[in-house]
Design a protein around this ligand. Structure first.
Ligand code: GRF
Length: 222
């Protein structure tokens, strides 16, 4: 596939958006961000877009299943078409994507989630993992399906959970990996290397996992 036009959906500070913009500008991925759409007028991610001459668009979204929600869904699709977006990247977008966008971009919407799905779906992945007491957590880039946090998994990174971690410290460790795996997933999409069968994704000619065979946490002593 040729150069990709990305449409990034955000609700907040937009550090993942920034990592995508940086990867595009550095030529690490064959893509550029054409438009940033936020449901929050004050999202700092919109400011990041402005700084890089990317159109920042605020689309207020009403409550799920209301006419205002459907209207926003249609408006978002219109914007994506207007900017000739090839791939939608959800990057900290805290709302459900509506049916028009899901159908208009079937198999062309990615999401990043701050836990190792299918564990800890929902809006508090890092805190839930820390509270549960798991020893390893991480992040996941997956294709967005209508049901939240369920779509086919493209790439995951695992990090250790340390004894004195709370949700925030774990979130920081995970976030650093999010910034690596999201641009990578986009590049594989751009290269047409994602083969999707049911809910399983294969990356054509993928390298062996980075780092090691396994992360074992706490560390082995024998
Ligand atoms: C990230 O942890 C992402 O995984 C989750 O929301 C957070 C967004 O952070 N979906 P940012 O706005 O990209 O900094």
């Amino acid at each position: 596939m040729a150069h990709l036009n990305l449409g990034v959906f955000i609700s907040g500070r937009g550090t993942n958006l920034q990592s995508i913009i940086d990867a595009c500008e550095a030529g690490k991925i064959d893509a550029s961000v054409a438009v940033v759409i936020s449901d929050q007028a004050e999202a700092y991610g919109l400011e990041r877009a402005r700084k890089h001459n990317i159109s920042p668009i605020h689309v207020p979204v009403g409550k799920n299943n209301t006419p205002k929600y459907d209207e926003a869904d249609r408006r978002q699709l219109e914007i994506l078409r207007e900017y000739q977006v090839d791939l939608v990247c959800l990057a900290g977008y805290m709302r459900r994507v509506g049916r028009a966008v899901l159908e208009g971009y079937a198999e062309a919407i990615l999401n990043i989630h701050p836990a190792l799905l299918p564990s800890f779906p929902g809006t508090h992945g890092q805190g839930d993992a820390a509270d549960y007491g798991v020893k390893v957590s991480g992040c996941t880039v997956h294709l967005a399906w209508p049901k939240f946090d369920t779509g086919p998994i493209i790439i995951q990174a695992a990090v250790p959970v340390l004894e004195d971690d709370d949700g925030d410290s774990l979130a920081d460790r995970i976030l650093r990996q999010e910034h690596k795996i999201y641009p990578q997933a986009i590049q594989w999409f751009a290269e047409g290397r994602l083969q999707i069968e049911g809910r399983c994704v294969t990356v054509k000619d993928a390298r062996p996992p980075t780092i090691a065979e396994a992360i074992i946490s706490p560390g082995l002593e024998i």
